[in-house]
Design a protein around this ligand. Structure first.
Ligand code: AMP
Length: 180
């Protein structure tokens, strides 16, 4: 995989230059962090995936959160020779699921995972693009626990520090490649 020798500080700079702010999307007052320029840059994408995988050689499964989490989690799983598990929005998975609801600014959302996605005792890494309020990651962590699996940690590209998402993930190692 390319990007060998790319340091953590270099990765942060690489992300800073390739994640763009889209003001007032999808609604007024939200600054959307658009990762498509990063994904479109082959060497930067490869270096990012390699960095996300660092320190997780022992995981059995990588869980990606719909939808942008899938794009990152699948290559991270491949890099680790681990399985990939989709954590999906309600109603999308075909077999029996566990469901976990969590609060949004207005209303609630529900995530689901297949009940047999993880075997008891398996080690799981959760991957997503952005950690904002932490509700999505906390709900995903709860789904992993309900399957009887063990969390290795959560890795995201970008953490929005002012939203204090880590506070919702007190007992978990959370790693962000870039914090703003
Ligand atoms: P939260 O549950 O508040 O931590 O939100 C995290 C989820 O919402 C992630 O799956 C992100 O993809 C998405 N998200 C939240 N805020 C943003 C943002 N400002 N830009 C891009 N994606 C976001």
């Amino acid at each position: 995989m390319s990007g060998a020798g790319t340091g953590t500080a270099d990765i942060a700079e690489l992300l800073r230059a390739r994640i763009r702010d889209i003001p007032d999307y999808p609604q007024p007052g939200i600054v959307f962090k658009d990762i498509t320029p990063l994904l479109a840059d082959g060497p930067a994408f490869a270096a990012t995936v390699a960095e996300m995988a660092v320190g997780h050689a022992d995981v059995d499964k990588v869980a990606g959160i719909e939808a942008r989490g899938f794009i990152l989690a699948a290559p991270v799983a491949y890099a680790l020779n681990a399985g990939f598990v989709p954590v999906r929005k309600q109603g999308k998975l075909p077999a029996a699921t566990y469901a976990q609801s969590y609060a949004l600014e207005y209303g609630t959302a529900t995530l689901e995972v297949h009940t047999d996605a993880f075997a008891p005792g398996e080690r799981v890494l959760i991957v997503d693009d952005v950690l904002a309020t932490g509700g999505t990651a906390a709900a995903t962590a709860e789904l992993v626990r309900r399957c009887g699996a063990t969390l290795d940690g959560i890795v995201v590209l970008l953490e929005l520090d002012f939203l204090q998402g880590r506070a919702k993930l007190p007992e978990l190692p959370v790693r962000a490649l870039l914090t703003v």
